[in-house]
Ligand binder design. Structure first.
Ligand code: APR
Length: 250
């Protein structure tokens, strides 16, 4: 085994070992080590001149469906070509080790599921599910460059992700809020904690008395309010956390 570099406080180890329900919120940072750019990273290459926060709006899509569709095709290809990283794998292991775990993700890349996590709550939808822009119905599409048309109404098809200004899918919202309210330990991993309502799960968990933990190489708006902060990349911190808490004799 390599030398452990993350110091895990004893109180955090006990809280995780004794937890009856762990709630995890993940963000783009968890997929960064797989090669998926985060939203606050500057975009590179073809998309360097675009602000992802402007492309990810219903107004942006209505204005230029081909541009937004092209961006999502690029992201789908990028995600298909990468693999889950040790952070994703550690969370899938935690699923099996914990009495109960609810994994809420803001990521739309499906990498948690590919790493083996079960029952992932997709808070912001899924990159690989397309919907009719007007009707919201799920539609099968092929990526061939052109934005497809809805077979029912002829209108444009959009990616089935949640854009700025849109509502969270009601089932995902209900499951995430229930998990934050009832968990003993709440982990916020790889998210800038700037986008609500996802970032509000932390306050719900904290008010309900959960032990709160942030894992991120950078400081966020919420960092100062967490009980424990493990500073570092999730692909390194999470495997070390699991070893330290659940396999201390390794
Ligand atoms: N490990 C852990 N965290 C990391 C890593 C890493 N290897 N690399 C970067 N980070 C952190 C950054 O420090 C930052 O705090 O991940 C965070 C990424 O922040 P954002 O790009 O804002 O991603 P996220 O919080 O998921 O964004 C929320 O905003 O654009 C919308 O809908 C989109 O779901 C997205 C939401």
């Amino acid at each position: 085994m390599g030398e452990k570099t993350v110091v895990i406080p004893g109180a955090l180890s006990s809280a995780l070992r004794d937890a009856r329900h762990i709630c995890v919120l993940t963000g783009a940072g968890v997929s960064a080590e797989s090669g998926v750019p985060t939203f606050r990273d500057a975009m590179e290459g073809l998309w360097a001149d675009y602000d992802p926060r402007k492309l990810a709006t219903p107004e942006g899509f209505a204005e230029d469906p081909a541009l937004v569709w092209g961006w999502y095709e690029w992201r789908r290809k990028l995600v298909r070509d990468v693999e889950p990283n040790p952070g994703h794998t550690a969370l899938a292991e935690l699923d099996a080790l914990a009495s109960r775990l609810t994994l809420v993700t803001q990521n739309v890349d499906g990498l948690h599921q590919r790493a083996g996590s079960k029952n992932v709550v997709e808070f912001h939808g899924n990159l690989f599910v397309d919907r009719c822009f007007a009707e919201g119905t799920v539609v099968e599409t092929v990526d061939d460059g052109e934005p497809p048309a809805c077979p029912s109404c002829g209108g444009p098809i959009r990616p089935g992700v949640v854009w700025f200004g849109e509502s969270i899918p009601p089932d995902a919202l209900q499951m995430a809020f229930a998990a934050a309210e009832t968990c003993d330990v709440y982990l916020s991993i790889g998210t800038s904690s700037e986008v609500f309502p996802a970032a509000g799960l932390f306050d719900i968990a904290r008010s309900a008395g959960a032990t709160t933990v942030e894992i991120n190489p950078n400081v966020t708006e919420q960092t100062a309010h967490f009980d424990f902060v493990l500073s570092g990349k999730s692909g390194r911190v999470l495997p070390e956390l699991l070893d330290s808490v659940f396999r201390p004799n390794l």
